[in-house]
Design a binder for this molecule. Sequence first.
Ligand code: FO1
Length: 304
Amino acid sequence: MRITILSGGVGGARFTLGVLAALPDAEVTVIANVGDDLEHWGLHVSPDVDTVLYTLAGRVGAAGWGVRDDSRHALATVRELGGADWFILGDHDLGLHVVRTQRLAASEPLSAIVADVAARMGVGARILPATDARLRTVMMTDEGELAFQDWLVRRRAEPVVRSIRFDGAGAPAAPGVLEAIATADRVLLAPSNPFISLDPILAVAGVREALESRRATVVAVSPIIAGRAVKGPLGELLDWLGHERSTVGVARYLAPLVGTFVLDAADRARAADVRALGLRPVVTDTLMADAAARTALAHVALTT
Ligand code: FO1
């Protein structure tokens, strides 16, 4: 069985763990967002790719990103010397950014570097950055344009967002991305933020069309429960961008790409509204509180 998952960071990574537990023999490909990437301390950082990598390698930090129990000696020195200390890079994490930056400078594609790092970390699933080209999420706010991590981390997602654009939209898909969507038995959209995690993947050339052409077999899992985002600024973004702040708002947004929409039991009363959008609603518990919960959720998304 071949499963392809489109994923942002924490939610997508945890959902992928559930898929791997629910279907241990499946060939799983994760297509990861690179719109969050940034150059920091002169290094190329790929937060969502790394979150998937560390999570599947069993090394992820308690916050859901970074490396578990990482030290912050480099950060302390940067701070002491008056450098930029708003984005936390732990010492072990830093090692990955050093290797990636050096290999990118030697013209190796990001996808090849990620494949090698994943193999060295013992990750069985295939992790594909959506593109090897530069693609960056830019938030158009009341205070002007902000690079994604500037908005999310440095400004704590406070500036009101009026629109979002993707610098480098139309970039070619990384090798294997379009094939992974076309040939999977099932394509899953992880419970990731549609505007800042899934849209940058959809901005890659051919991805949206590849999903549309197999819409009936694409399953999305709601990232919002009873109007509250499980993680991150999804509720605010739905409001600011003029969408209903609910699972139905997300379902309506994803409807052109998705045949089945998995929503939380707390939103059971909205299943009819999801069906009215032309989607098949499936109601289950979507909160991935522990390993059992994420495996059960993945099982539903895989078998529904
Ligand atoms: N999130 C934060 O809220 N603060 C940070 O300082 C921070 C650093 C960081 C470093 C490496 C990494 O892979 C992720 C990091 N994140 C941090 C998470 C990241 O900003 C976002 O959660 C994702 O980009 C959204 O999926």
